[in-house]
Design a protein around this ligand. Structure first.
Ligand SMILES: [Zn+2]
Length: 219
């Protein structure tokens, strides 16, 4: 395991190894879905994330490990097909274009910018996000990729979200990053201005008002 201040203590202190992955079991108390820690083995470039909900879980990012490590470093790593040039984020290990016959892709660092492909306005959510309702969830195409990634679009009134609007990637504080998608979110690109109010935006604004009122009643 790497010496990293962001690494959380794994409860049962079992050293994880690929050989004994089933040994990783802890006496953990149930108190909701919780991030426990991550494990990055630089020599094998293997990234693992530990969570528990009643019992301990982990998942390995395997060939996508560079993406998880990139999140910790505030970098977006996607993949590019050497044959057709298509870029992917979330990354794909093999190109999905039929003509490329599952060509192995190569890692590339992407620009932390993109545009909204589609979005929805959330009026309900899991407990951890209730007080931030209503918020915008967007599928964003990053740096000209062929795939889109879902994440929150912040820094905007929900009725001002637009298809195709330019956005930038904003990173959480390094000490709060976990090697997961929640390490970043989207905000409107610098200089972007919402279009003037129109009947549809007014309608969405009205729909949001009861949600704002309800959120005020939460303790
Ligand atoms: Zn290709």
């Amino acid at each position: 395991m790497v010496d990293d201040k962001r690494m959380h203590k794994i409860p049962d202190e079992v050293e994880y190894t690929d050989k004994h992955s089933d040994d990783f079991r802890g006496d953990v108390r149930e108190h909701g879905f919780q991030f426990v820690g991550y494990d990055w083995a630089p020599e094998e470039e293997q990234f693992k994330i530990y969570l528990h909900y009643d019992q301990l879980y982990y998942w390995k990012l395997a060939e996508l490990s560079k993406m998880g490590k990139g999140f910790l470093d505030g970098e977006l790593w996607g993949t590019k097909c050497p044959k057709c040039g298509d870029k992917f984020f979330p990354p794909r290990v093999n190109c999905w274009n039929l003509d490329c016959n599952l060509e192995k892709t190569e890692w590339i660092k992407l620009k932390p910018e993109g545009h909204v492909h589609t979005f929805t306005i959330a009026g309900w959510s899991g407990k951890s996000s209730l007080k931030r309702l209503p918020f915008v969830l967007a599928y964003v195409v990053i740096d000209g990729c062929q795939t889109a990634v879902a994440n929150e679009l912040r820094g905007i009134d929900p009725w001002d979200a637009e298809f195709g609007m330019p956005v930038k990637v904003v990173w959480a504080d390094p000490k709060d990053r976990r090697g997961t998608i929640t390490d970043f979110w989207f905000e409107p690109a610098d200089g972007w201005k919402p279009s003037p109010m129109n009947p549809e935006k007014e309608r969405i604004k009205e729909l949001c008002q009861p949600v704002y009122e309800w959120v005020k009643t939460l303790k």
